[in-house]
Design a protein around this ligand. Structure first.
Ligand code: 5RP
Length: 230
């Protein structure tokens, strides 16, 4: 049998997550190419969800295109389920997220949810977080100081933070009007401590470590099928 491509593995897990969705409920929806497959599958449910709280303009547009009502996060006080991808996930369900730039809203929406189902292809599974450049959303005037803090080191590791740019060289601007630093070279042995430490720095809006809001379970797309990691 031919090997499934990374994209096919994303499609498999995106579809597999539908089994955690209860028709008629409001769910939280993340952002990214894996989530795009999940949204597609949501649109095919015979009994649809009542609505979704979305983590990005991109996912909002995709949900609305399928006729799925999108609610503002301020309109809900609790979600049973949040489904999202990850850039890296460790054995404890701690993740690096934000490769797609939606980390802040992803953290807000996932904080409302009882259960975080992570959908990812097998390449995202790591033993220690940090090989994927850590996204940090920052207020522009704090960029240089945050770059210096990473260079000086935090919790025994240091990294090189670089401003994320668009193809035309202009700074990437998030849905919240802020910038993103991508930090290379970190070894994140204690995700919870690192999340707290970086979150405390002035001007940091959100660090893309999801340790407080780790995944409750992960559907991992592997060449042998979808594995459920709990
Ligand atoms: C967006 C994210 C995504 O979940 C993450 O980047 C994974 O994306 P993809 O499913 O496209 O690989 O955190 O901010």
């Amino acid at each position: 049998m031919a090997q499934l491509s990374q994209d096919q593995l994303k499609a498999e897990v995106g579809r597999a997550a539908i089994r955690y969705v209860t028709p008629g409920t409001i769910i939280g929806v993340g952002t990214g190419s894996t989530v795009a497959y999940f949204i597609e599958a949501l649109g095919e449910m015979p009994s649809p969800v009542a609505g979704a709280v979305s983590s990005s303009e991109r996912s909002t547009a995709a949900l609305r295109a399928l006729g799925i009502p999108v609610l503002d996060a301020n309109e809900v006080d609790h979600l049973d389920l949040y489904v999202d991808g990850a850039d890296e996930i460790d054995p404890n369900g701690c993740m690096i997220k934000g490769g797609g730039g939606a980390l802040t809203r992803e953290k807000i929406v996932s904080s409302l949810a009882e259960r975080f189902v992570c959908i990812a292809d097998a390449s995202k599974r790591v033993d220690v977080l940090g090989t994927f450049p850590l996204p940090v959303e920052v207020v522009p005037m704090a960029e240089a100081s945050v770059v210096r803090r990473f260079a000086a080191g935090v919790l025994g590791t240091s990294g090189t933070a670089v401003l994320r740019r668009n193809d035309d060289g202009t700074p990437y601007v998030t849905d919240n009007g802020q910038h993103i630093l991508d930090v290379r070279g970190l070894r994140i042995d204690d995700p919870l401590a690192m999340e707290s430490a970086v979150n405390d720095w002035p001007g940091v809006v959100t660090v893309g470590i999801f340790a407080r809001q780790r995944a409750s379970l992960c559907l991992l797309g592997t060449p042998d099928g979808v594995a459920t990691l709990t």
